[in-house]
Write a protein that binds this ligand. Sequence first.
Ligand code: AMP
Length: 249
Amino acid sequence: MKIIVAVKRVVDFNVKVRVKSDGTGVETANVKMSMNPFDEIAVEEALRLREAGVATEVIAVSIGPAQAQETIRTAIAMGADRGILVRTDNAVEPLAVAKVLSALVAEEQPGLVILGKQAIDDDAGQVGQMLSALVGWPVATFASKLVVADGRAEVTREVDGGLQTVEVKLPAVVTTDLRLNQPRYATLPNIMKAKSKRLDDRPLADLGVDAASRLTVLKTEEPPRRKGGIKVGSVAELVEKLRDEAGVL
Ligand code: AMP
């Protein structure tokens, strides 16, 4: 069984994100970019399934600019067998990503597609669900445990106040939650080896999917700046300030 893993190139989670001066989005020029953290978890889970003999091949797919090659190579350095870059310099919305993945599903016929539950840049949390609708497969979202056997996947999901376990028939789509696993680090020799790996690199236009934009970003704003704190001299002063100035008592 093949597994497709979707890996998105996003602003590194350690970077303090800055809003562009025209408010159309966030600054990505000269900013460290990395694989979306939930997608690292997806790669790790796919590799564990291959190592357990459940899967035979792990294919990392990214949709984005030429630099998204680096993200695919990170997945390969972790252990993925091959990579597909669907190249575009335009911003791709979740529906377009789902359509591209659906076209690749038709080509590759995987038994499982594993995605992150959300990309930390646009926080859409949509692609897995849209992909499942497009290909007509079941989807199990927010997996914190995944067991695959006998053509079925048992997925434990984090829900409000506890855990829920569901079963889906393969082929299926699964999206990862934070506690599914601890992704491995790529070793330096594997990073070097991954650099010379040939990737399947094709323009998005060749896939014949309608990737037109359907959303207009009206504005992007920084969160309000926090005001500096003050030190109070006594509990009485604290109570007075909470009552008279903050109005919370
Ligand atoms: P989203 O619905 O945009 O929050 O993304 C959910 C998941 O879809 C991500 O964690 C990725 O696994 C996948 N995904 C989204 N955008 C891309 C992309 N451009 N390339 C590859 N995978 C993507």
